[in-house]
Design a protein around this ligand. Sequence first.
Ligand SMILES: [Zn+2]
Length: 254
Amino acid sequence: MSEMAGVYNANGQHPVVLVCEHASAYMPEHYNFLGLDAPLRQSHIAWDPGALSVAKLLARKFDSPLVHSNASRLLYDCNRPPEAQSAIPSHSESHTIPGNVDLSTQQREERANTFYEPFRTCLRNILTASKQEPVIVTVHSFTPVYNGVTRTTELGILHDTDTRLADALLGCVTNLQADRNQPYGPADGVTHTLREHALPNNYLNVMLEVRSDLIETASQQESMAMQLASWLTEALMLLNVLKLPVTSQRQVPL
Ligand SMILES: [Zn+2]
């Protein structure tokens, strides 16, 4: 397995398989940071701050495997197919990415082979190894202010043509502003992982987008992971993927 994709808790036994495509801002040295200064290459345009921490906490709570990227989405966005221009963006928000401008076909292929193919293979292997039918949950974060506009959504619940898990989950979320297909949706090309790995196999799936100001500190991450775990569990019970725990099926005498 390439070091550009990683698996956490590979032997997890829970049906949920977690995915974090934008887990890291890392760039191997020879890419010269794509010509970006330090603040920019650590900013949300390079990765999803907080997403990997929340995904790891979820993996521990569920005992789920988690597949994640180990490099910046500016080198290659693992939630995009190689043929998409946005897989290697030459612009992000209001910024030009100098190292991505006018790449040759060969250079684009090199990026896809280095970053995307190991990630795709890694996720496919984990899904194939699952002892029960897997449920794909991808974990992302989004910036509270984008192009100068403040976003009111706190939790985006995104789906492509299969809405089953998203519908169930939207009914379970309490005390957060949860919105369907916000701050963006399938028309923006953000459901690639779901389309590639879930839809052809009819696996239940959902993409979670957490506003990043809600998962900045370790205690915020812990409390978000706890809530997400509880809502996902409830939704998966409604869909008969998980059974009610034995203890809640009987009255415990006082
Ligand atoms: Zn993301």
